[in-house]
Design a protein around this ligand. Structure first.
Ligand SMILES: [Zn+2]
Length: 416
């Protein structure tokens, strides 16, 4: 689909919020209506009541509940960013990728800006200029959800047995998260805008507690500029693995900077320069904007997708983590396995430990499979050919459905 058509659809959904005559919005309307019923299932299962009701709804809802995430669009983004070659921090490929993402999100009519920072280049010890990229949907909303990934790739495939100084493309480790967010962004505007189906949905009690405690700025919920629904930010972290010598060079530079800034400013990031001014709808900014939850995605393109609970996510954000796997179960997304396997260090650690945002890492660390003696991870085999559109589609669809259900919960929050 061309950018122009995407933009026209987006504009159409804004002009026509009921969705009449708009295929994407109509589909989301059906999806959102159905999810009200699904929420009863989620609330019930969280309360320890039999989840058979949820299963019945999932079966009877059938394809009507399926989100509109397009796996082919996501895969095309994967091919496009990998065509830039190596995309490690400060590289030419990274600059090309940044231009590509800026253009993509600007074409969707949403706000895109950089969060620049400096770091020591581990290769030569000089100062290097890095930058996270932030995309904001509905900047006036103070209560926000963060979906993030890293967009830099490792400088070398240092675990490649044959060519550790060869070319590391990072299709799965770097590219897959970017690809999912590109397509998720295209789907978000109508979902986030939706105002239909305001029937009573039951919020899981645990989530309600977490929100009230985390958000702080609840006084804004009834103001004209902040309707109490969730705004969404995407963050593309730089410097996740600006690593030339493992065990020597620090990781998670971008997410650490992001987290420290969040603590220092006490709010979500603001643009110094926005690349598409027309996306800013008025001067209103929520002074106390805070993240309620964050979800990190990493290595989600594996053909043999199996995503287990990640150990640190269960420690820092157990309810969030389980709510995502619950959504996946109801969607019959079997790639999400509700068992713990790996415990990993990833960009979610600074978010949890420094920013104190409950953050879950969605990651399939067995690339391609735990049975393979030599993994593709950090080798020259991390290429597009070893990733699948279906896997990107699975993760994207679950995220889209989770966001849709969260929006329903927000709409039904009691007024403070
Ligand atoms: Zn990596």
């Amino acid at each position: 689909m061309t950018d122009k058509r995407i933009f026209e659809r987006f504009v159409g959904s804004l002009r026509n919020p009921t969705g009449a005559g708009n295929p994407i919005t109509n589909r989301n309307f059906v999806s959102i209506s159905a999810c009200v019923f699904l929420l009863f299932g989620l609330a019930n299962s969280l309360d320890g009541i039999s989840n058979s009701f949820a299963q019945t709804v999932a079966v009877s809802g059938g394809s009507k509940t399926e989100p509109a995430f397009d796996e082919k669009e996501a895969f095309a983004h994967l091919e496009n960013v990998c065509a830039f070659g190596r995309r490690f921090s400060t590289s030419r490929g990274m600059t090309q990728q940044q231009d590509y993402l800026r253009q993509h999100f600007a074409s969707l009519g949403v706000e895109v800006f950089m969060q620049p920072f400096v770091a020591r280049n581990p290769r030569d010890g000089r100062q290097a200029e890095l930058a996270n990229m932030i995309v904001r949907f509905h900047p006036h909303r103070s209560k926000r959800l963060l979906i993030c990934c890293h967009y830099d790739t490792r400088p070398y495939p240092d675990l490649d047995r044959h060519n550790p100084h060869g070319v590391f493309i990072g299709a799965n480790d770097g590219g897959s998260g970017v690809a999912v967010l590109c397509e998720l962004g295209r789907q978000l505007a109508p979902v986030i805008e939706a105002t239909e189906s305001d029937e009573a949905a039951m919020a899981p009690r645990e989530m309600r507690t977490v929100e009230v405690r985390t958000v702080g700025g609840a006084s804004n919920w009834n103001s004209k500029t902040d309707d109490g629904k969730y705004g969404v930010d995407f963050a593309f972290f730089d410097g996740e693995e600006f690593v030339y010598v493992a065990r020597r060079d620090p990781m998670f530079l971008g997410s650490t900077y992001f987290s420290k800034e969040y603590v220092r400013t006490g709010r979500t990031p603001e643009p110094k320069v926005s690349f598409n001014q027309r996306a800013q709808r008025g001067p209103v900014r929520a002074a106390d904007s805070r993240y309620v939850f964050a979800i990190l995605i990493d290595m989600v393109g594996d053909k043999n997708l199996q995503i287990f609970y990640e150990g640190n996510s269960l420690i820092y954000a157990p309810r969030l983590t389980k709510s995502i796997w619950d959504v996946a179960a109801r969607m019959k997304a079997k790639a999400f396995v509700p068992k713990q396997k790996h415990k990993l260090r990833d960009d979610h650690l600074p978010l949890n430990q420094i920013a104190r945002i409950p953050t879950c890492d969605i990651i399939d660390f067995d690339f391609p499979s735990p049975r393979r003696k030599h993994a593709y991870w950090h080798t020259e085999a991390d290429i597009v050919k070893n990733c699948s559109a279906e896997s990107l589609g699975t993760v994207g669809s679950v995220l889209l459905q989770w966001l849709t259900e969260m929006q329903q919960l927000a709409k039904n929050q009691p007024s403070p």
